[in-house]
Design a binder for this molecule. Structure first.
Ligand code: SF4
Length: 480
């Protein structure tokens, strides 16, 4: 029933990337990074760093006490008249939502943007069961019309131009659609409004779940989220267990970090709080509220000290915007609904090294993601750990890397641990590379290294590296 890929071939996916895509992605990410930087500057470096540290500490505290806070959230939701379901994996979460839909003979479900439902392939499961599922976030609506998934976790269709969207609307909706953003939004608004009124089921995710009061928090910039959660008679929120935060005070810190990092806003336009169904006839809103708490590999991630901080993520998308790999290949190359550095961390651990072993290598390890992450996730450290899992295996999984890669890693590690061998190898490489060298670069290398030089030059091997490093260390020590 799951739509999750059996295996992700990152390299094959990259070959499918349209040539015009990187420029479109870079234009969009530059805009978000620019507005974010202006707001962070306005706040001041020290204040921003203090906020990041507070965000990191309170998310870590929530993870360290996940059982307690989840049980507290469950009690509060039940007390408020909601229903709580626990889903071990994607299949179980799909079954729970299908049962709810069946009990209400639902035929149309409207959805707010939710990465958790993308992760479990909920649309496909509902459609297979005969329901019509409509994405109502404008970006999600556009990519659904196009028949693809989100290309970015915050702005799913940001790589498409208004011309492309107008052509899509003309083709799929049969309307006159000019290539003008406001008019396109108006067309979508009119179409969606009719559907909200007809829908039997509203489905959302959550940005946070407040344990103190069992409140589901959704953050959006469009009114669609509010319509999904209030107009249909039944509301189902599918929420990863990592989304729980202790209290409202924690939320105030995280909302400040999220809006600035995601879209360069002080606060998103709509922050919605759902604390149970209406308590009296006078109150409006869905008559039934279901909270589906999704594990799907998260408790396994939590058990591994080296990678558990993956779960601190607040899905702001900043690490995607700053990542040179994401900017070169866009979201679809990752083959998983969550893309970019955070997507690599989640996909590698949720799907496992066998299915997603290529992803931890889709990084330059430049560390820009570490620097920008609002909750200070050590992304590159986790990536290295995940590479280690692929090549050598660990307590979670056994090695899956091809034998030649494992052998190369072992040889490299053997040589680097023996200075005499390293020196000998350096001299040999310097001699071998001489005919290929052009200044400081190697423009063409023989197979299999030509996979690199087909796209870019390779830095020439510097035999004097050790001497340079020693003199630099000596110099630095002398100054300190
Ligand atoms: S890893 Fe950090 S920067 Fe990336 S989406 Fe998550 S919170 Fe944002």
């Amino acid at each position: 029933m799951s739509h999750l890929p059996a295996s992700i071939d990152f390299r094959a996916n990259v070959r499918q990337v349209p040539p015009a895509l990187p420029a479109a992605v870079q234009k969009a990410t530059a805009k978000f990074l620019g507005t974010r930087a202006a707001l962070v500057d306005a706040l001041g470096h020290d204040v921003w760093q203090a906020l990041r540290q507070a965000g990191h500490d309170l998310r870590l505290h929530a993870l360290d006490n996940l059982d307690r806070y989840l049980e507290q959230a469950e009690r509060q939701v039940l007390k408020a008249g909601g229903h709580v379901h626990w889903a071990r994996d994607a299949a179980e979460a799909q079954r729970i939502v299908l049962d709810i839909a069946g009990q209400h003979r639902a035929r149309l479900a409207v959805k707010a943007k939710s990465m958790a439902t993308e992760e479990i392939g909920l649309n496909q499961a509902l459609e297979t069961a005969g329901l019509r599922v409509l994405e109502t976030d404008l970006g999600e609506y556009i990519v659904q019309l196009k028949g693809v998934g989100p290309a970015h976790i915050v702005v799913p269709a940001f790589h498409l131009s208004t011309e492309e969207i107008a052509a899509l609307f003309r083709e799929k909706l049969g309307v006159e659609a000019p290539a003008e953003a406001q008019q396109l939004t108006q067309i979508a608004r009119v179409k969606l409004r009719e559907e909200f009124l007809r829908a039997d089921l509203g489905i959302s995710g959550a940005n946070f779940l407040i344990a103190e009061t069992g409140t589901i928090v959704t953050v959006t910039n469009e009114g669609n989220g509010r319509m999904c959660c209030t107009v249909p008679p039944v509301h189902v929120a599918v929420v990863g267990i990592d989304k729980v935060v202790p209290d409202w005070e924690s939320l105030t810190v995280l909302l400040k970090l999220l809006a600035r990092s995601a879209t360069g806003q002080k606060l998103s336009c709509y922050t919605q709080f759902i604390s149970g169904p209406p308590r009296s006839e006078a109150e409006t809103g869905p008559k039934e509220l279901h909270l589906v708490l999704l594990d799907n590999g998260r408790s396994r991630i939590l058990q591994t000290a080296e990678t558990r901080e993956t779960l601190l993520c607040i899905r702001c998308g900043a690490c995607l915007n700053v990542c040179p790999v994401y900017n070169s290949v866009g979201g679809y190359a990752y083959g998983y609904p969550i893309s970019g550095p955070t997507g690599v961390l989640f996909a590698s651990q949720i799907l496992g090294a066998k299915a997603a072993g290529a992803l931890p290598f889709a990084s330059t390890l430049c560390g820009a993601c570490n620097d920008i992450c609002p909750v200070k996730i050590p992304i590159t450290d986790i990536l290295l750990q995940l590479r280690h899992r692929v090549v050598e295996g660990d307590a979670q999984e056994s090695a899956v890397a091809p034998y030649r890669l494992q052998l190369a890693a072992q040889l490299g590690s053997f040589a680097l641990a023996r200075p005499w061998l390293y020196r000998l190898g350096s001299r040999l490489l310097a001699w071998l590379q001489a005919p290929l060298r052009s200044g400081d670069w190697l423009l063409r290398l023989p197979p299999p290294f030509n996979r690199w030089t087909m796209a870019r030059p390779f830095p020439a091997f510097a035999p004097g590296f050790r001497a340079w490093w020693r003199s630099r260390s000596h110099h630095t020590r002398g100054r300190s």
